[in-house]
Design a protein around this ligand. Structure first.
Ligand code: NAD
Length: 260
């Protein structure tokens, strides 16, 4: 087979793979789960909230397997149990998406310490610890893909959410560190960095028309994103088509981060 024949539409397929996506029972994580299922992967979903009816219906419709595992990612014992549990259930782990995240909005001067710690813990520390466990498991089994979730705030700062900015910048460091540590074992670690997509996370901000319009005006695409805008990129980063990409952040933001 010559180099050109190595590539086909199948390079984007995920048949036979098992993906762990944290917090995928809603929002952007649910879009990643449906995208993976459409491309042939089975799913292991660590979720925090009780609402699993929608993911159960959507993954069932694609004819893929779904295993739900409820807990709080800031509880280290639960976090440490995810990879072993996935191995018990499926006997493999090919893809991890560190998607779960939270935000809280308050002025810099008064930002509550407890909230600061919570956001760093979930958005950055859990990403590191779960990624390390998954990466070491992938190393033992010949390779895999880790996809971290950054943000436009992995590259820029905004008012009223200091720990979110700090944590999402930290995600870029984790991504490069893991690419460096695990690349030689055929594990690729990259990050997807969404721009502004309407989900529960920003529902409180979207009631402010001034904020919504400011984002729309700064986005060259002229609109906020929707979940479907992220599905192609996450599949690409999870699939053999991206095997020679390691340690990079891909912005899916309608051009937001490249503008002033
Ligand atoms: N929506 C956007 O515009 C946007 C932009 C950039 C980055 N992101 C990132 O995308 C990811 C998903 O966000 P979303 O917009 O879908 O928001 P969302 O609020 O709908 O989803 C967040 C998920 O994280 C889970 N979660 C919260 N606390 C948890 C905990 N302690 N343990 C385990 N899970 C917990 C929630 O239950 C939920 O499933 C986050 O990392 C977020 O920072 C979102």
């Amino acid at each position: 087979m010559n180099d050109y024949e190595k590539f086909s539409a199948d390079s984007f397929r995920l048949d036979g793979k098992v993906a762990v996506i944290t917090g995928a029972n809603q929002g952007l994580g649910l879009a990643y789960a449906v995208a993976f299922a459409k491309m042939g992967a089975d799913l292991f979903i660590p979720h925090f909230t009780d609402d699993v009816a929608e993911i159960t219906a959507l993954i069932g419709k694609e004819g893929r397997k779904l295993h739900l595992y409820q807990g709080d990612l800031s509880d280290k014992a639960y976090l440490d149990s995810i990879v072993p549990r996935c191995m018990e259930v499926y006997g493999r782990l090919d893809i991890l998406v560190n998607n779960a995240g939270m935000n809280h909005f308050a002025p810099f001067e008064q930002f509550p310490d407890e909230r600061f710690q919570q956001i760093i813990q979930l958005n950055m520390n859990a990403c590191y610890y779960l990624g390390r466990q998954a990466g070491l498991c992938m190393k033992e089994h010949g390779g895999g893909k880790i996809i971290n979730v950054g943000s436009a705030l992995s590259f820029t700062a905004d008012d009223n959410c200091p720990p979110y900015v700090v944590a999402k910048h930290g995600v870029t460091g984790i991504t490069r560190c893991f690419a460096n540590e695990l690349g030689k074992y055929n594990v690729q670690c990259n990050a997807i960095c969404p721009g502004f997509i309407a989900t529960d996370m920003n529902a409180g901000q979207r009631v402010n028309a001034g904020f919504t319009d400011k984002i729309t005006a700064r986005t060259p695409a002229g609109r906020w994103g929707d979940s479907s805008d992220l599905m192609g990129t996450v599949v690409f980063l999870a699939s053999p088509a991206s095997d020679y990409i390691n340690g990079w952040m891909i912005s899916v933001d309608g051009g937001f981060t490249c503008t002033l």
